[in-house]
Design a protein. Structure first.
Length: 308
């Protein structure tokens, strides 16, 4: 529906002003803070995307995914029997089998997500992207995080972008597809909105802000624009598409602010792992530290919390 795309206008000063107000929101305290943080844990895509990833550090990541918060801390909060785990484990395609086998051996049903389609630059031929997606699914990935070709956005080739994402969606098969827009490289908030709409029209289950490898990653102005696109798409079609901010989200306070923003823009029904994820590698450590402080009244020493 190119008619939607041609009418897009983003009031950038208003978006930026709203984003500045968000930064000033007061955070929740006490038991409310602990509850919001545990909700955030269930929405984390616990991620390792490094060139030096090995089977052993993926196995450690999977153990942390199954036991994100120390058992004694959960007992103190009376949450030890609620089955709290992260939303997914996210790795490169070459490490998918390691993650799948580790989680299976641990008797855990946490899905494995794999980046694909030329991550992070997207500068690979379409045939290669589709092959990489199919291989990741074959290895056992239940979620695929694809990355778009930014050049198609920057040159206004919206039909070409639609076709690329549609083919990726077909290659994913039964796996859920998250489409990474790499918003820091799209040039304008209007392009962010248009790319969000095209990605949803082409069948994306989620739209995601960033690869985490760009200079600018998840920001509140971008989040506002993407969530407004999700809202409009839902009004027009009745389909709920998920949202995933990723890149640079490292503190418990930031995680709560993102949750509050999703609640304000999209509603409580989006605050589930099915419709909201946080892409992060170091965030879980700070959340566990804050929960430790809430329970004990002091911060944990480095050796008291397991590495993620």
């Amino acid at each position: 529906e190119l008619g939607w795309i041609s009418k897009v206008y983003v009031n950038r000063p208003a978006v930026v002003r709203h984003a500045e107000q968000i930064k000033k929101w007061k955070t929740v305290k006490g038991n409310w803070q602990a509850a919001w943080l545990l909700k955030a844990v269930t929405c984390i895509d616990l991620t390792t995307l490094s060139g030096d990833d090995t089977p052993s550090n993926v196995q450690r990541l999977c153990f942390k995914a199954k036991h994100p918060i120390r058992e004694d801390l959960l007992k103190a909060l009376d949450m030890h029997d609620k089955g709290i785990t992260v939303g997914a484990v996210c790795v490169y395609p070459a490490r998918v089998s390691d993650a799948v086998n580790t989680l299976k051996g641990a008797g855990c049903n946490i899905p494995v997500a794999s980046v694909a389609a030329g991550f992070p630059s997207g500068q690979t031929p379409l045939e290669t992207k589709l092959t990489e997606i199919r291989l990741a699914v074959e290895y056992g990935a239940r979620e695929i995080d694809i990355v778009i070709s930014r050049s198609l956005v920057l040159t206004g080739q919206w039909e070409g972008l639609y076709e690329e994402i549609r083919l990726c969606r077909a290659a994913c098969g039964e796996a859920h597809m998250k489409t990474i827009l790499a918003t820091g490289e799209l040039g304008s908030l209007a392009n962010v909105y248009k790319a969000s709409m095209i990605a949803m029209m082409a069948g994306s289950d989620f739209i995601k802000t960033s690869t985490g490898k760009e200079v600018e990653n998840a920001t509140f102005p971008v989040g506002i624009v993407m969530m407004r696109a999700i809202k409009e798409y839902y009004w027009q079609t009745g389909y709920k598409v998920g949202f995933k901010p990723a890149g640079g989200i490292r503190t418990a306070k930031e995680a709560i602010t993102w949750l509050m923003l999703v609640k304000e823009e999209l509603g409580v029904e989006w605050l589930t792992p099915e419709l909201f994820r946080l892409g992060a590698s170091s965030l879980l450590g700070d959340i566990e530290q804050q929960i430790f402080y809430h329970v004990t009244g002091s911060y944990a020493l480095q050796h008291e919390l397991a590495m993620a």
